[in-house]
Design a binder for this molecule. Structure first.
Ligand SMILES: *[C@@H]1O[C@H](CO)[C@@H](O)[C@H](O)[C@H]1NC(C)=O
Ligand SMILES: *[C@@H]1O[C@H](CO)[C@@H](O)[C@H](O)[C@H]1NC(C)=O
Ligand SMILES: *[C@@H]1O[C@H](CO)[C@@H](O)[C@H](O)[C@H]1NC(C)=O
Ligand SMILES: *[C@@H]1O[C@H](CO)[C@@H](O)[C@H](O)[C@H]1NC(C)=O
Ligand SMILES: *[C@@H]1O[C@H](CO)[C@@H](O)[C@H](O)[C@H]1NC(C)=O
Ligand SMILES: *[C@@H]1O[C@H](CO)[C@@H](O)[C@H](O)[C@H]1NC(C)=O
Length: 555
């Protein structure tokens, strides 16, 4: 597939070589999702999975409405997955052996589904590019979480397991009034006993879908409400970091978003960026909040070293306020800020004046780009970014694809599928194609299927003649799991690379160890002079089932 696609992109070389500067970002409507793409994850070079709630989605399976679908990136068609339990407001990640795990869920309204709150759903690596025989495995009687969890978060950690963080026991209308203030793991640790968390307790009631990020030393950064900690999984300690400044809260139902900025050798110094959310008080009953309350335009950035933490958060401003934005790391190290609304909150029909059923109003249609290395005040721009025609507010999903463009889908601030209303359910799937989609691109002709840590490997590449190769970036990425304005496990680790004199071989050095890049599947993108290739799919580390041992060398 990589070969065919790069061939077709080189056919357009002639047409575009003369007008490369004129080509820009472009939204393209590519198809219909069949189910609301409330959660989105890429699971193979050609397939994404969409999960919704078990309700009245148009895509049918086994005589009832489906609530999960495989999305074929080549044909832009959805095919139903026959799920057992309700995946509504779940999370997920991919383990060190390549199996995708969907975690948590809800008590279904649709009788075809079973209670998904303890859900553990496994999608094993599936080689069929069409997904025809790919299935999700569920056995709720024997394979389940310890706690019932709606609105939990997940992250892949250094031993290739996933941590499951917080959530609530059952459906509540707005705030977390029935919290699960603990962490657990899959596969389980501590004899399947959840670990209580004072941080989750303190950050109530706006702490749903905590933003959890794996740091390069193996600890976790956790952000909930306006609070931040570092959680040491091995020592079981929580270290309190400074609050997000100015009373801005960033977790559901006041969703801002957070991303670990790209990590670079030799130090892999971690920096977190947190954008959007709301500075409203969390002490107000939801009926006294308004869909017209302005969201926050604040971005806050912190360097996670002792010196960086002492220096505190650096504040900058988005071009507009955003509730429910999402941030997508691009292979060139820039961050796409997309989706969300100017005013209101997440969740459905719980503020005093919902618009339709939406607690949020005034969708933001134009994405922005954040350039981490630009000077403060000059990092955020929407120059050249088009406006979308499809709103993406509550229950939408977005991800970078192996092809290098952005898949944008979903939005449903309603309890079921509702059409022909303000803030209706959205089935239109779009791609947002970067400028390099209309020029000749580098391609990875041959890559190893498995990467050991702290080792050298070769990528065979072709590089269009018009590119001088004055900048060469090789990114190892986890494309993450999109749910509720957060991209769990999303990660970009740059790798040092040397291009051979004949421009056909890149000699690349893999990340030093399994803490810098938690072991499991990854995607390698090559960017030459800001023109990005399609990705090669690699298994990073030993590929064994979790927990896996430490690999590579310490930082
Ligand atoms: C809503 O619109 C979608 C997409 O056009 C359609 O497939 C579906 O049947 C409609 N559902 C309802 C409940 O009206
Ligand atoms: C899918 O499974 C069917 C029935 O087992 C088999 O006939 C078919 O070849 C399989 N298709 C692929 C692409 O593996
Ligand atoms: C959860 O863990 C506790 C403590 O180990 C145990 O007693 C309980 O049976 C577990 N519950 C489930 C549903 O696994
Ligand atoms: C975080 O929120 C708490 C509770 O509302 C508030 O007391 C505290 O001052 C906030 N922190 C900052 C830095 O605004
Ligand atoms: C809250 O955020 C809004 C929007 O950014 C801003 O106009 C307002 O001044 C902020 N209020 C406080 C108390 O910081
Ligand atoms: C990966 O590990 C999980 C957890 O042990 C297991 O359930 C799953 O079957 C494994 N997948 C593969 C492909 O071995």
């Amino acid at each position: 597939m990589l070969l065919t696609r790069s061939l077709s992109s080189s056919l357009s070389l002639l047409a575009l070589a003369t007008s490369a500067a004129a080509a820009g970002w472009e939204f393209i409507e590519v198809g219909q999702s069949g189910v609301i793409a409330l959660e989105v994850i890429i699971v193979s070079p050609t397939l994404a999975i969409f999960f919704d709630r078990a309700t009245n989605d148009p895509l049918m399976v086994d005589g009832h409405a489906a609530w999960g679908a495989l999305w074929n990136l080549e044909t832009s068609k959805a095919s139903a997955l026959n799920l057992v339990t309700d995946t509504f407001c779940a999370s997920g990640a991919i383990l060190s052996n390549g199996t995708m795990v969907s975690v948590g869920g809800n008590v279904p309204a649709n009788p075809a589904a079973q209670d998904g709150r303890m859900g553990l759903r496994l999608f094993n690596p599936c080689a069929d590019p069409t997904g025809a025989n790919c299935t999700v495995f569920e056995d709720p009687a024997t394979l389940h979480l310890n706690q019932t969890r709606w609105y939990p978060s997940t992250a892949r950690i250094f031993d290739g397991s996933i941590i499951i963080v917080g959530g609530m026991h059952e459906e509540t209308p707005f705030y977390n009034t029935d919290p699960v203030n603990s962490f657990e793991f899959f596969p389980s640790k501590d004899n399947n006993t959840p670990r209580p968390s004072p941080f989750l307790e303190r950050s109530l009631p706006t702490n749903l879908f905590p933003r959890v990020l794996a740091l390069p030393d193996g600890t976790l950064l956790m952000i909930a409400n306006n609070q931040t900690i570092i959680y040491d999984i091995e020592k079981k300690t929580e270290t309190i970091l400074p609050d997000i400044p100015n009373g801005v809260r960033v977790t559901n139902p006041f969703d801002g978003t957070a991303a670990l900025l790209p990590l670079s050798p030799p130090l892999y110094t971690p920096e977190v960026l947190v954008c959007g959310g709301s500075n409203s008080t969390q002490l107000m009953p939801s009926t006294l909040l308004s869909s017209q309350d302005p969201a926050s335009d604040q971005c806050s950035r912190l360097t996670l070293t002792p010196e960086g933490i002492a220096k505190g958060w650096q504040v900058e401003r988005l071009l507009e306020p955003r509730i429910m934005p999402e941030m997508i790391l691009m292979p060139n190290g820039e961050v796409l800020i997309i989706n969300g609304a100017l005013t209101g909150y997440a969740a459905v029909a719980s503020v005093g004046d919902p618009i339709g059923n939406s607690n949020a109003d005034h969708p933001v249609f134009t994405p922005s780009i954040y350039t981490p290395n630009a000077p403060l005040g000059k990092r955020i721009s929407n120059a050249g970014l088009p406006a979308s025609t499809v709103e993406r507010i509550y229950h939408s999903g977005v991800t970078l694809t192996p092809q290098g463009n952005i898949l944008v889908a979903g939005s449903n601030p309603n309890n079921d599928v509702v059409n022909n209303t303000v803030h209706a359910s959205q089935f239109t799937v779009q791609t947002l194609n970067p400028p390099f989609f209309s020029v000749a691109r580098p391609s990875i002709v041959k890559a190893p299927t498995q990467l050991a840590f702290n080792s050298r490997f070769d990528l065979q590449v072709t590089i269009p003649n018009n590119l001088r190769a004055s900048t060469i970036q090789v990114a190892l990425m986890d494309l993450g799991f999109s749910s509720h304005a957060f991209h769990s496990s999303q990660r970009l680790v740059f790798m040092d690379a040397i291009l051979s004199f004949d421009r056909k071989t890149l000699t690349v050095t893999s990340p030093p160890n399994n803490r810098v890049f938690p072991p499991g599947p990854g995607w390698v993108f090559v960017t030459i002079d800001d023109v990005t290739s399609e990705a090669a799919h690699v298994m990073v580390g030993n590929g064994l089932s979790p927990p896996v041992r430490d690999q590579g060398i310490p930082l």
